[in-house]
Structures are given as structure tokens and as C-alpha cells.
Design a protein around this ligand. Structure first.
Ligand code: ATP
Length: 210
């Protein structure tokens, strides 16, 4: 099974890295692919360039063979629609279950994603919930796909919805950008090598950050 973790990674931080590692262990995945988006369809454009965000990811996972970076959304022109990403991953991995991890916040917006129903044609969706909040209000489309049996994920290539409680570190890229803009210390929120890269390249210095 292959895990997929999409995001802007502007910049990557320990919230992303810790959850990617935890889901790899929980689900016994071969690998977790971190997939930086090029033009996120649902939000404002990134502050760092695609190339810089990939460089920061490379620095962050340098000694972590369990995590890999997949640049297909950046290499592909146009909007970073997840359904197209999953379709191309399915071509590359025809026999492997694919697990798309989304936070519960992202999941609550899922029905606004481009061709969202087709996501299930290519992958399972695993919703990372905060412990104690694992019950989701689901309409029929999701309810028929939901399973609480983890075995189902390895027995099928795609099509299931699964909730995984996980302890999220309270870290966001937005807060980190603000810390840099305010000239405060970002220590212990993201890897030192990424902090050094941001400082060297004078990223996130503008006072108006969001
Ligand atoms: P921003 O603050 O710019 O919106 P972010 O920190 O939320 O960024 P993204 O790159 O937008 O990070 O998120 C990528 C993925 O990582 C999403 O699925 C999101 O739910 C997840 N994620 C973000 N922060 C955390 C965290 N602290 N713990 C676990 N997962 C996280």
C-alpha cells in the first residue's frame, strides 16, 4: 500500500512530517509520498516558489527513507487537481492500494474538489481525525463506502473511506510564516535545515502574510 499526503508545504513542518510517519507505521505502508501542489485550486497561491518548496521538502526528509517526494503536480502544467494526481499514480502503481490522507478540515470541503466522486475510483480516502472526534456526519455517498475494518484497505485497491484518529501537533505553515515575518524564533516547529534555507533565501519576510 502506498500513502499519499498532498499539501502546499509552504513550508513543510513537523505537523506534516510527524503525521506522515505515523500513518506509515499505523497502516504498514511501503512508502508515503509527499506531493506538493503547484497551483492549489482551493486557496491563495503559495508564497515560496514550487522549486523552493521542493527544496525545503528535500532538506526535511534527507535522513528519512520512509518518506518520498513526488513532484508530479509541479511537473504537470495547470491546476493541481487531486483526481488527476490519483489517476496518474494509479497508472504507475496498477496493483497497489492507494491511501489518500486528508485532515478532517479538508475532508469537510471534499465535495467542492474537482470530480470528487472519482477520487474513490483510484484510491481509498483516510480521514485523519482528532482523537475523540472520529465520528463524521456522512451522507449516503460516503456512508456506503465507510469501513472500520482496516483489512478492507489492503483487500481493495480503492473505494473505501476510513477514519484514523491521530494526535496532530498544533503547527501550521500560516503560523510559521507569521513567525518569520515577525522575526521571532521558529525553532522546534520545523527542521533546522529548513529554517536555515528560509533564512538564507529571505523567505516569508513580508509583514502581510496569510
Ligand atoms: P497553511 O497554514 O498554509 O494552510 P498547513 O500547515 O495547513 O498550511 P498544508 O500544506 O496546507 O499545511 O497541508 C497539507 C496537509 O497537511 C493537509 O492535509 C493538512 O490537513 C495536513 N496538515 C497540516 N498541518 C498539520 C498538522 N499540524 N498535523 C497534521 N497534519 C497537518
Amino acid at each position: 500500500m502506498i500513502g499519499i499526503f498532498g499539501g502546499t508545504f509552504d513550508p513543510v513542518h513537523y505537523g506534516h512530517l510527524r503525521s506522515a510517519l505515523e500513518v506509515k507505521e499505523i497502516f504498514g505502508l511501503e512508502e508515503v509520498r509527499l506531493i506538493p501542489s503547484s497551483q492549489p485550486p482551493h486557496r491563495s497561491q503559495p508564497h515560496a516558489t514550487a522549486n523552493m518548496r521542493v527544496q525545503m521538502l528535500n532538506l526535511a526528509i534527507a535522513n528519512q527513507p520512509d518518506l518520498t517526494i513526488d513532484t508530479r503536480e509541479i511537473d504537470r502544467a495547470g491546476a493541481s487537481y487531486m483526481v488527476l494526481t490519483l489517476e496518474s499514480l494509479r497508472q504507475d502503481f496498477p496493483d497497489q492500494p492507494l491511501l489518500l490522507f486528508v485532515g478532517s478540515d479538508a475532508f469537510s470541503q471534499l465535495t467542492s474538489w474537482y470530480q470528487w466522486q472519482r477520487l474513490f475510483d483510484f484510491a481509498h480516502i483516510v480521514v485523519l481525525t482528532r482523537p475523540g472526534f472520529s465520528v463524521l456526519q456522512l451522507d449516503e455517498f460516503f456512508a456506503v463506502r465507510q469501513t472500520s475494518d482496516r483489512e478492507q484497505l489492503s483487500e481493495h485497491l480503492s473505494g473505501k473511506l476510513y477514519c484514523q484518529p491521530i494526535t496532530q501537533l498544533d503547527i501550521s505553515a500560516t503560523a510559521i510564516r507569521k513567525i518569520f515575518a515577525d522575526r521571532r524564533s521558529p525553532a522546534f516547529l520545523l527542521p533546522d535545515a529548513v529554517i536555515a534555507y528560509i533564512s538564507q533565501n529571505k523567505l516569508y519576510q513580508a509583514q502581510i502574510v496569510h
